[in-house]
Design a protein around this ligand. Structure first.
Ligand code: SAM
Length: 208
C-alpha cells in the first residue's frame, strides 16, 4: 500500500537530519560526540524501518512494543503500519524531552493516537506492563537488551516477532550483541536469525 506522502516526506526529513548528525559525529572526538548523545536521533534507519513496517502489516499484531523511542524515527515506521492493521504501540523511553518531541512529530502526521509513550526506565516499566505482545523492537542501550527480553519473553504471543537492532554495528556493541544472541538461542521457545539489514538485526520468533 502507498504511504501517505506527508509521512514519506517526514521520514525523509528525519533521514536528512540523521545524515547531518553522522557527519557531525565523525568530526567530533569520541568524548564530545558522546556528550551530545541525547541530541541525536540514533535511528534504526530506513531498511530496518521498512522491514518492520512490512512485518507488522503481515503479522497484524494487536500490541506492538518499542523499547527505546528516542525522537520517534522508528516509532513513525511502526505507527504507520500499526494504524493500518488496527494495532496499538506502547513505546518506552527514559528521556522526557525526546518523548515530547516524538509526540509532536507524530501529531504532525496524525499518528499520535496510535502510540502510547511510557516515560521512565524501561526495565521498571516493563515489570508492570501486561501483555500480550505481538511484535517488539528492542533498541535502547545495548547492555539492557537481555533484561528487556527477559521481561517480555513470557508475554509474547505465539508467532510474535522481536527485532533487536545494532547486532553488527557499531563494533563496540559486539560483546553485548553476542551475549543477547546467545541468550535467545539458548531458549527453546524461540527461533532466531541474524539479518544483514541496517545495523544488523536479530529477528526472533516465538514458536507456537
Ligand atoms: C538507539 S536510541 C533509539 C532509537 C529509536 N529506536 C529509533 O530508531 O529512532 C536508544 C534510546 O533508548 C533510550 N534509553 C536508554 N536507556 C533506557 C532505559 N533504561 N529505559 C528507557 N529508555 C532508555 C535512550 O534515551 C535513547 O533514546
Amino acid at each position: 500500500m502507498t504511504m501517505d506522502p506527508a509521512i514519506t516526506a517526514l521520514l525523509g526529513d528525519l533521514e536528512a537530519r540523521w545524515a547531518d548528525e553522522q557527519a557531525e559525529q565523525a568530526s567530533l572526538s569520541r568524548a564530545d560526540a558522546y556528550a551530545k548523545v541525547d541530541d541525536y536521533l540514533l535511528p534504526v534507519g530506513p531498511e530496518t524501518g521498512r522491514f518492520m513496517n512490512d512485518l507488522i502489516r503481515a503479522l497484524r499484531p494487536s500490541v506492538v512494543v518499542e523499547i527505546g523511542s528516542s525522537y520517534g524515527y522508528s516509532t513513525l515506521w511502526l505507527a504507520e503500519a500499526a494504524r493500518a492493521v488496527g494495532a496499538e504501540i506502547v513505546s518506552f523511553e527514559i528521556h522526557a524531552g525526546k518523548i515530547a518531541a516524538a509526540k509532536s512529530m507524530l501529531a504532525s502526521v496524525d499518528l499520535d493516537s496510535t502510540v502510547r509513550f511510557v516515560e521512565g526506565d524501561a526495565l521498571a516499566s516493563l515489570d508492570t506492563f501486561d501483555g500480550p505482545i505481538g511484535f517488539a523492537l528492542i533498541d535502547l542501550w545495548k547492555d539492557l537488551y537481555i533484561p528487556c527480553f527477559d521481561r517480555i519473553a513470557d508475554r509474547l504471543t505465539q508467532g510474535a516477532i522481536v527485532i533487536a537492532d545494532n547486532m553488527t554495528f557499531p563494533p563496540e556493541n559486539a560483546a553485548n550483541a553476542a551475549a543477547y544472541r546467545a541468550r535467545i538461542r539458548a531458549d527453546a521457545r524461540f527461533e532466531s536469525v541474524l539479518l544483514p539489514i541496517g545495523a544488523g538485526i536479530e529477528v526472533t520468533r516465538r514458536l507456537p
